[in-house]
Ligand binder design. Sequence first.
Ligand code: SF4
Length: 177
Amino acid sequence: MSQVGALLALVGAALALLALLAWRHSRRQRQRLGLPQGRVVSADTGGWRACARPLYSARYGLAGKPDYLVRTKGALVPVEVKPGRRAARPYPSDVLQLGAYLLLVEEETGRRPPYGLLCYAEAKFEIPYTSGLRQSVIATLQEMQRLRHARRVAPQHHEPQRCRHCGHREHCDDALA
Ligand code: SF4
């Protein structure tokens, strides 16, 4: 094999290893939080209506506004659109955010939505509103309430790119970039 060929094979192997590590990290995070995987669907965009006002739950001290709400089989389904996101699987953080909207819809309507929709640039995922997802959202909210009174909160990630786009970067002692 030529030197160039050997180099390309080495780069290819390194990229494959990186992809495997990223996939394992995402899978571990998903398993730890008990988040559902979601399945790819072709959602009809006709019945979507923009969410006019934030949804609110006094019980959980939570407010939020999904991009759209769609009525299906008597239930309201929240839809979150991430036009810049390209991924074969939903990010755990996006599933958790959608889970918060599902909880808010349940609180406001008194009916538990069967699922929510997460729309990336090239795929739409139907995320079932499982008991595990509901519990993960509530546990995360409780953890956030607890940390609100902490004097210092360590960052929960090691991703400089997140700090680069963060609005708190100027006055954050832990910024990674
Ligand atoms: S700048 Fe600070 S607050 Fe913002 S993402 Fe980075 S560590 Fe978190």
